[in-house]
Design a protein around this ligand. Sequence first.
Ligand code: NAP
Length: 251
Amino acid sequence: MPAMSAWVLITGGSRGIGAATALRCAEAGWDVAINYVQDSAAAEALAARLHGLGRRALTLQADVADEAQVVKMFERLDAEGGRLRGLVNNAGIVAPAARLEAMAPERWRRLFDVNVIGTLLCCQQAARRMSTARGGAGGAIVNLSSRAAEFGSGGTYVDYAATKGAVDTLTKGLARELIGEGIRVNGVRPGIIETEIHAASRIDVRAADIAASIPIQRLGRAEEVAEAIAWLLSDAASYTVGALLDVGGGR
Ligand code: NAP
């Protein structure tokens, strides 16, 4: 085990954009902690692939919306040794497409708990470990937002879009709060990416009219988002602070 190995923790790293990011980060030399909430088989299979790339990989089950589980997750990572230098707040959920009047308020609470509170809880734990003011070595945080934060997703999921608007705002604020302590915070705002998340919205993103509505005329791939995340995590992005990087094929 290298004495100064650096961990990146990717929430929701078991599938989709998070899993692609885990692979890209391992290729870039990170040791990767993969958080997931229920799909342990996917997380373990991914960890085996990362081991195959010669990196340390750890799977960490936790619901990011639950403070006690988040605290325990970071403590388990501490126990592995090596410094936490990267955090990707990628865990996120959507809900069935609906108009506002048909939505049950419980879904708003769960969306905000996972997408916003989960991001805040993980940022808090990571900042306590990375802050140079607390003896840390600095680091980088990347928060997954969405192009929906800008468009608002009227008629489908204004609540989900609002959670991502909150993520954008906390990203900009934390970037300014933490840069003096060696922590760069940035956001990535994907457009429509081919992952399993769309099953929950019940929108058929493979319908031809959806691709036709995107200037690049196709959906994005998880790997294309992972590339942007890995760059923001890297020292190559050393002067990039509080940026919201759109990865949406022109939309
Ligand atoms: P996905 O394929 O549905 O994967 C979601 C991941 O999040 C899974 O690893 C899942 O774990 C994990 N997760 C869900 N709830 C969690 C919780 N409470 N605690 C911990 N982990 C949890 O999603 P994706 O499409 O890759 O999306 C990743 C991020 O990008 C999300 O924040 C999403 O809002 C954002 N985004 C996606 C798109 C898109 O078109 N795909 C567009 C814009 C933004 P399990 O495997 O254990 O279920």
